[in-house]
Design a protein around this ligand. Structure first.
Ligand code: SF4
Length: 319
């Protein structure tokens, strides 16, 4: 398969693949399902986490129903829509029957609600009987639509992993970035997922609190994460994309991004303050990051901190 552009730049937690219908020819198994979907929904961008590169991608929504986060440029030109069950079934009919992992695509597929999501999982079981894991993006707001019992049922029926953009535990930064939730609400929804035994990855963003606030932001974020159990903490580096509300705030002088050194100190502080008795992966390998480290807490904490300090002491160019 030839993908028109595989862009090194990344928005939020996603890798970006942009294509045109004519450029899709292929053999890239991970998005083979998309090939047909493109014909129906031409020129939409599909975003998915790097860890889902080998998963079959199943479109559930286009665009973002919320579309207000100040730093996000992903779906600005896309209208929100929900793919019909009829179309989803058509995709699955042509899907590779031996697939073991499916990733539901869209900014926040859980927004479609319990009844529809349950039907989608039933269709996946029907057409891809070897699929052992359905994963999806979700948000604090979409999880709040579900009861613990509903989440547990969805987990039993195949939904095995969520990727949630918590971004920060600092309310001021959440407000400035227009995330639409508070740290208290984030903890509440995360605990619901824990009660339902539905695993999730926690995506956070360093640099998001602006210059001078990195350490305080890391402390607040660690304090939030310390109140629930998560499989993995995935860090992102705040990136200013042209045309976003954040880029306008920077132009007006209302937001000053921290330099690289402050961002590294923020990562180190986060590592120092995360407390976990259960094993949790700490992962900064996403392409936006200024340092690529990965390990399991608590046992790798010292090694990871040492690696961050090595970067700080190298006196790389701090911009
Ligand atoms: S929820 Fe926010 S970050 Fe996620 S796609 Fe929508 S606007 Fe972007």
């Amino acid at each position: 398969m030839v993908i028109n552009e595989t862009i090194g730049k990344c928005c939020s937690e996603a890798l970006i693949f942009v294509w045109t219908r004519l450029d899709i020819k292929g053999e890239f198994w991970g998005i083979s399902l998309i090939k047909e979907w493109i014909i129906m929904y031409d020129n939409h961008a599909i975003y998915f986490p790097p860890d889902e590169l080998a998963s079959v991608l199943l479109p559930v929504t286009t665009g973002c129903w919320y579309n207000k986060c100040a730093y996000c440029s992903m779906y600005k030109d896309d209208d929100y829509s929900e793919i019909s069950l009829w179309d989803i079934e058509k995709e699955l009919l042509n899907g590779p029957p031996y697939t073991e992992k499916v990733f539901l695509t869209g900014a926040d597929p859980l927004w479609v609600g319990f009844d529809k999501l349950r039907k989608i999982l039933a269709l996946i079981r029907q057409y891809l009987p070897y699929c052992a894991c359905v994963a999806s993006y979700a948000s604090v707001r979409s999880v709040s639509k579900y009861t613990v019992e509903e989440l547990a049922l969805l987990h039993n029926e195949g939904l095995r992993l969520l990727y949630i953009g918590f971004e920060t535990g600092r309310d001021e930064a959440l407000r400035v970035m227009r995330k639409g939730h508070t740290a208290v609400q984030a903890v509440e929804q995360a605990r619901k997922l824990n009660a339902a035994r539905l695993p999730f990855n926690t995506i956070v963003m360093y640099g998001i609190a602006g210059e001078g606030n990195g350490e305080a932001n890391a402390a607040a974020t660690a304090d939030m994460i310390n109140q629930f159990k998560t499989n993995r903490v995935i860090t992102m580096n705040l990136t200013i994309f042209y045309g976003t509300e954040l880029s306008k705030m920077v132009e007006r002088g209302e937001f000053v991004p921290p330099n690289s050194k402050e961002r590294l100190v923020e990562i180190r502080t986060l590592l120092e303050k995360l407390e976990t008795t259960e094993r949790m992966i700490f992962d900064t390998t996403h392409p936006t990051n200024i340092i690529k480290i990965k390990g399991t807490l608590p046992e790798d904490r010292v090694r990871l901190i040492r690696e961050v300090e090595r970067y700080i002491s190298k006196r790389m160019v701090f911009v």
